[in-house]
Design a protein around this ligand. Structure first.
Ligand code: CMC
Length: 432
């Protein structure tokens, strides 16, 4: 609960305007400007919404200064358990608390029941170009689910939301694996109901008709952890896209498809592909780590050190910290190494002692080390952002649910500061 705790005064045109101040449970304060336009004709100017709380939310908490991330109040580090469980986290994000044994089993059973695609949806999938970008395929397929699951277009209670959520979370994995198989010219491998979520995904990705892929426990745990660390991140770009679309009372499929499209961008989830391309280019000898650092600092060069920096964190992203340790752990267990991990460590070392990065408080974010873990599992680089999307889906569903069921929820419709022509007359073509 956030409380009305205080008031602020805005002095403008010789008038004093009183504004309410709310305080969140962790003490963060927010000035309520909702009546400024209605009562005084004033808007607030915040171009990329870096300073605007667009909703009240009880899903995820971030303290960017201290590098804290919590899902439903639970510190993210506590999910890095000997047996990380992504489905448990998905349930907690969507339904507000950790599930009990029966709730988790029921949800798992639903995921198993709905893992296949509707045959019509499969046919449409087959009509998409085989070499289409996987994120374009994913967004189209999620959007098309609205054609085959019309019973979920209107979600007015928790039970039907659970049905829609289970279908989405289950089928996104099948869509992703089929996308990879088709791109590789390999036959589809159907889901195996005896396998858990992550093992089943790896089976669909890598089994052969005559040979079941041996999913090691270490790989299964690492994938669970990767999905958990991507599962939600409060009002990030894709979650906000989901909320904006939802606020027009659009359905869950349309909203999540918008989330996929936003995530695709290289400043957001697409950064994991850029990081891998950068590490591979260094490995092949195209650049030295020092060259990347120099290019990232050069204001005349559009290159950024991908996997570094964050709108909210002014400290080490706690997800990156966990992923870095997970890389070390996995390679130790597998008794192998990846030279790209050494390159990433070198880049991090250089950046963290460079005044450019230090002064701007730019640290590794979730995308810096995630690709190295995914690569260790055999996931190709062009599927990295799809992997992020699979992980993030429960977060989008939770954000959609909160937005959809919010009391007095209104359409999200920002204002602007108009800087175009003043009133100008139309000029006939022959006079222009
Ligand atoms: N490399 C070089 N300079 C950077 C970087 C970077 N990765 N990130 C920020 N800066 C600089 C930026 O040029 C600016 O410098 P100046 O003050 O001199 O103009 C300053 O740091 C502040 O950056 P900003 O772009 O105003 O910060 P933002 O909050 O708008 O952007 C960001 C955040 C994540 C888009 C940005 O840090 C970035 O582009 N990082 C690289 C892409 C990336 O890794 N994205 C993944 C983000 S985390 C996971 C996710 O959301 O999907």
């Amino acid at each position: 609960m956030s409380d009305l705790s205080d008031s602020a005064k805005l002095l403008i045109d010789g008038k004093t305007i009183d504004l309410n101040v709310y305080t969140g449970v962790e003490g963060e304060r927010s000035i309520d400007v909702t009546s400024l336009f209605k009562d005084h004709g004033l808007t607030t100017y915040d171009p990329s919404l870096g300073n605007t709380a667009i909703c009240r939310s009880s899903i995820t908490y971030i303290d960017g200064e201290r590098g804290v991330l919590r899902y439903r109040g639970i510190p993210i580090e506590q999910f890095d358990r000997p047996k990380p469980n992504y489905i448990e986290v998905a349930w907690a994000l969507i339904f507000g608390r950790l599930p009990d044994d029966e709730e988790l089993s029921q949800f798992r059973e639903m995921l198993t029941r709905h893992e296949l695609l509707h045959e019509g949806l499969s046919n449409q999938f087959m009509a998409l170009p085989v070499d289409a970008p996987p994120m374009a395929i994913l967004s189209a397929m999620i959007s098309m689910m609205a054609c085959y699951h019309k019973e979920f277009l209107l979600l007015e209670d928790e039970k039907s939301l659970m049905g829609a959520a289970a279908r989405l979370i289950s089928k996104i994995r099948t869509i992703a694996a089929f996308t990879h198989r088709r791109a590789m010219g390999l036959p589809f491998i159907y889901p195996d109901p005896s396998l858990r979520y992550c093992a089943n995904f790896l089976h669909m990705m890598f089994s052969l008709p005559y040979k079941q892929f041996d999913v090691s426990e270490e790989m299964e745990d690492a994938l669970n952890l990767v999905f958990i660390l991507h599962a939600d991140h409060e009002q990030n770009c894709s979650a906000s896209a989901v909320r904006v679309v939802c606020s027009a009372q659009a359905n869950l499929f349309a909203s999540c498809s918008a989330g996929v499209n936003a995530l695709w961008g290289p400043l957001h989830g697409g950064a994991n592909v850029k990081v891998m391309e950068m590490l591979e280019a260094i490995y092949r000898g195209g650049y030295r780590p020092e060259d990347c650092i120099a290019a990232a600092k050069d204001k005349n060069d559009s290159f950024r050190l991908y996997g570094f920096g964050h709108r909210v964190y002014r400290n080490y992203d706690p997800r990156a910290k966990i992923l870095k340790t997970a890389c070390d752990r996995l390679f130790k267990t597998l008794k192998r190494n990846d030279p790209l991990l050494d390159i990433a460590r070198k880049l991090e070392e250089l950046a963290l002692k460079d005044p450019y990065f230090v002064d701007r408080k730019l640290y590794p974010n979730v995308d810096f080390y995630s690709g190295i873990l995914l690569r260790a599992m055999g996931i190709p680089t062009d599927m990295f952002t799809v992997m992020f999307a699979i992980g993030r889906l429960p977060g989008w569903i939770a954000q959609w649910k909160e937005q959809h069921f919010a009391e007095g929820g209104k359409i999200i419709r920002p204002r602007q500061l108009y800087v175009g022509n003043p009133k100008t007359d139309y000029i006939e073509m022959e006079k222009r």
